[in-house]
Design a protein around this ligand. Structure first.
Ligand SMILES: Cc1cc2nc3c(=O)[nH]c(=O)nc-3n(C[C@H](O)[C@H](O)[C@H](O)COP(=O)(O)O)c2cc1C
Length: 160
């Protein structure tokens, strides 16, 4: 089964997650829709879609990708994930609010991944938001490999 991992990113961490996932999922490749159009989805049996949360919303590119390709996505196996620094309950709420309901219903795995903030990569406005709203100074890495392993296991079970 060929899988495409479609992701958006602003500061690169979701790309790192997507590449780690690709290393765990046989016959998979990644497509960064923040830097170029996703290309032809037809050769793939499964599309795994995900992206980071910024200021309470999943990245716009990822939401648009799902809307524009909804009928094609509904005809394939799918899985979804979000990346953020909030707790699991809030990440689940972002996922519920961000992806079309029909897609959520049909998806075989929902990944909630804790993200990374690298203070040096942020612009002045982002730094202000992170400091004042998120109460974070400098950098944090919250990602837990176990969450990715659990997601990959669910994908493997779908494959079997
Ligand atoms: C300005 C800013 C706002 C953010 N807002 C949220 C948020 O509302 N909820 C959340 O869970 N994470 C939030 N995050 C954390 C990002 O989702 C996290 O840093 C993620 O790993 C970024 O992924 P990327 O490097 O692929 O862009 C925010 C980060 C920044 C810099």
């Amino acid at each position: 089964m060929r899988s495409l991992i479609v992701y958006g990113t602003r500061h690169g961490f979701t790309g790192e997650i997507a590449r780690k996932l690709a290393a765990l999922v046989p016959e998979s490749e990644t497509a960064d829709i923040s830097s170029r159009a996703p290309g032809d989805l037809r050769p793939f049996d499964r599309i795994i879609v995900g992206g980071p949360v910024y200021n309470g919303s999943l990245l716009g590119e990822v939401r648009r990708f799902c809307r524009r390709n909804l009928s094609e996505l509904l005809g394939k196996r799918t899985a979804l994930f979000v990346v953020g620094i909030s707790g699991r309950e809030t990440l689940q709420q972002y996922l519920d609010a961000s992806f079309p309901g029909e897609l959520q219903k049909r998806s075989t795995a929902n990944g909630l991944f804790s993200g990374r903030i690298e203070g040096d990569r942020l612009n002045a406005f982002e730094r202000l938001v992170v400091r004042n709203v998120k109460k974070i100074r400098g950098s944090v890495l919250l990602f837990d490999e176990k969450d990715l392993d659990a997601f990959a296991e669910k994908l493997e079970a779908d494959h079997a």
